[in-house]
Design a protein around this ligand. Structure first.
Ligand code: ARG
Length: 281
């Protein structure tokens, strides 16, 4: 361990978060919009709910606030709350989905925020799939494109939030959202799968985060990067043992979860979690 990681290891502090989640009451896989989805494979909805309930209970145990949005029948992917919006400083950028199968989710999430007292809302003109492709890292927003969100959607986010948006090109269809290829660990630390990015985007990540945790192919393929950090605890799929080991070395507390049913839709921990970042008091 270098001096830098040792000193970082002493400083890990969790910050209480506010999360929005959606119970997978209507979860199933009836269409295929990413390579993980196979409508021929059976899905156990009760098991999906039970696994999701454990994730929710864990967040509460860690001291976070968890709010719920009502799931819409006929929208099985609504459980992936991360896609519903992006919230920075209390400002809510709605989502606009690429696939018609998910089109009603954007307005449903936007309505939730309106009904819950948020007043600065933006209904987007361009495609963006919420925190699936927008990850807030300190003062930056890292933004994925290539499969779902489109570059004009990145520009729209930068204009709305007034935060610099760094566009990153995803090149492997298994990692179709940024949150399947990269996770934010703290204001200035990330972990990512270099193979999921174009050469130029990989170079951008190396420049921004020379000490990043790099995921092995095995850890990436079990969705290990679909993780949620509160600054100290990093909740991630339990099969990503290599990442957990590396996180522990750096002073984080990895917590493995089994979300196998939700993986059949192409999502895991982070996909099920939308962070609601309020304006500083
Ligand atoms: N079936 C969903 C889709 O393909 C999964 C979304 C996963 N969410 C995420 N934040 N990566 O759109």
């Amino acid at each position: 361990m270098t001096d830098r990681t040792q000193s970082a290891a002493r400083a890990r502090e969790a910050r209480r978060r506010r999360y929005l989640m959606c119970r997978p009451t209507h979860f199933e896989v009836t269409y295929r919009i990413n390579p993980w989805m196979d409508p021929a494979k059976p899905v156990d909805t009760d098991l999906a709910v039970a696994q999701w309930e454990k994730l929710r209970a864990l967040y509460l145990e860690l001291g976070h606030e968890v709010e719920l949005i009502d799931p819409l029948p006929g929208y099985p992917d609504m459980v992936y709350a991360a896609n519903g919006a992006t919230v920075v400083d209390g400002k809510v950028l709605g989502a606009r989905f690429r696939n018609v199968e998910r089109s009603a989710e954007g307005p449903a999430y936007l309505a939730w925020f309106r009904d819950n007292g948020f007043t600065e809302l933006h209904d987007p003109e361009h495609i963006n799939e919420g925190e699936g492709d927008f990850l807030v890292a300190g003062n930056l927003i890292l933004a994925g494109t290539g499969f779902r969100s489109e570059p004009p959607g990145h520009a729209e986010a930068q204009e709305f939030f007034g935060c610099p948006v760094v566009s990153l090109e995803l090149v492997d269809e298994r990692y179709y959202h940024l949150d399947t290829a990269l996770a934010v660990l703290s204001e200035d630390e990330v972990m990512y799968n270099p193979r999921a990015f174009s050469p130029g985007s990989r170079a951008v990540l190396e420049r921004l985060y020379p000490d990043a945790v790099l995921a092995s192919e095995e850890d990436a393929a079990v969705f290990g990067l679909n993780a949620v950090s509160d600054g100290r605890h990093v909740v991630l799929p339990e099969a990503a043992t290599g990442l957990a080991r590396e996180l522990r070395k750096r002073g984080f507390e990895p917590i493995g979860m089994d979300l196998s049913e939700l993986l059949k839709g192409g999502g895991s921990v982070k996909c099920c979690t939308l962070e609601v970042r309020e304006a500083a008091a």
